[in-house]
Design a protein. Structure first.
Length: 400
């Protein structure tokens, strides 16, 4: 008999998860067709089959991902906290408020032979446009890594990927900006650009075997199917920040820039674990006047940013608050301009809120402008105003 021609297919589909959004089911389809009457030779380890991968369709909303019910026992209604809103101008400045479905993917395939788990000694790299990919797979074990290709805004990409330091993992990071890092950046004098949205999935020990072990037969299509559970997680986390100004008759504008400090500089794409270097993340903010807050008219300074999250944490694996081991403080700083043309940098300690919303969410600061004195210094910033204590001994502190 003639040796069979081997075709293996990997389609994928999403299913809804209570805490992690939708999951990807990857199918390995092994199609065996025979023809002729020649004697079939023995199969050897170096023999391989064609594999077709169907990549997932991502449909992930904030309500599904910002589900803290398992962690805190309460449903998180972020929209009830978010007074800043999101209009066409915000869309133009910051982009969509939530995650956007990727259309292009990067695929890394690591063959480990007959051993699993094993260190990676070689890698097959592919970029996938669309939903399917076909390639050769040797018999044995494979580790498979996938992440979305980055669609850079304005043609400038912030995310970088280090694939050369070790084949066992891919590390994503961003570069330093030209903006000063004012607070809690022990190693860096400047803040870093925020990353683009990044999703990843990694599966170890995917076995392609000759004996069809763990395969199911699909009589309708005359194929053998092997199913793998792979969940595509966001590994960058959205924060919506808003500074609510009560009784504001002093602040007329902002310079449009801000920093969130104490966040991770990088993330391991394979494991989703954030790096241990604390940095400040630079992002943009906008000021809206005469907003409604439960019947009160207020001014709100708001913005949206993406980060790698808290250092040394994979938020997708956290199920209890005590698992969040954060040693860094987190500050938001905003430069505001007063009606007398003086400007001041306001710094807000939001550590508790960041730790509570460890995989993203709304961060709110409320400021009563009746408690803030008008600055009168004519040269540069008048003062640094810190909400809650800050350990430099030379800041202006006022009540909320």
């Amino acid at each position: 008999m003639r040796r069979p021609t081997i075709h293996t297919t990997l389609p994928a589909a999403w299913h809804q998860s209570c805490s992690l959004g939708r999951a990807v089911w990857v199918l390995l389809l092994l199609l065996l067709t025979t023809a002729g009457c020649e004697r079939e030779p023995q199969l050897h380890l170096y023999d391989s089959g064609d594999v077709e991968i169907q990549l997932p369709v991502i449909d992930l909303d904030l309500e599904a991902y910002w589900d803290y019910s398992i962690t805190y026992g309460l449903v998180y209604d972020w929209q009830a906290e978010w007074y800043y809103g999101w209009d066409q101008e915000d869309e133009r400045l910051f982009g969509p408020i939530g995650y956007v479905e990727p259309t292009v993917f990067n695929l890394r395939r690591y063959y480990t032979g007959g051993i699993t788990p094993a260190h990676h000694t070689q890698v097959l790299s592919n970029t996938v446009n669309g939903k399917t990919f076909r390639g050769k797979y040797n018999w044995g074990f494979w580790d498979i890594l996938a992440w979305n290709d980055i669609e850079a805004v304005g043609g400038v990409q912030s995310l970088n990927f280090d694939e050369t330091s070790s084949l066992d993992s891919v590390v994503a990071y961003t570069n330093m900006s030209m903006h000063a890092s004012r607070y809690h950046a022990p190693r860096f004098t400047r803040s870093f650009y925020e990353p683009e949205a990044l999703f990843s999935a990694y599966e170890e020990g995917v076995e392609i075997n000759r004996n069809l072990e763990d395969f199911e037969y699909d009589a309708e299509r005359n194929v053998y199917v092997k199913k793998l559970n792979m969940t595509l997680h966001p590994i960058t986390y959205i924060y919506l920040t808003q500074i609510i100004l009560h009784h504001n008759n002093k602040i007329i504008s902002i310079d449009g820039t801000s920093n969130l400090s104490g966040m991770a500089r990088s993330v391991n794409v394979n494991t989703g674990l954030a790096g241990n270097d604390a940095i400040s993340v630079y992002y943009n903010m906008n000021m809206k006047k005469n907003c409604d807050m439960d019947g009160e008219t207020v001014d709100i300074i708001g913005g949206r940013l993406l980060t790698f999250g808290i250092c040394n944490l994979n938020p997708n694996l956290v199920t209890r608050p005590e698992q969040v081991k954060d040693v860094n403080r987190h500050y938001i700083d905003v430069n505001m301009k007063f009606r007398n043309s003086m400007d001041s940098t306001f710094v807000f300690d939001v550590t508790d809120q960041v730790r509570k919303r460890f995989k993203g969410g709304v961060i709110t600061v409320e400021l009563d402008m009746d408690t803030v004195k008008m600055p009168d210094t004519r040269n540069g910033s008048a003062f640094d105003a810190v909400v809650k204590d800050y350990e430099d001994g030379g800041t202006h502190e006022f009540e909320m």
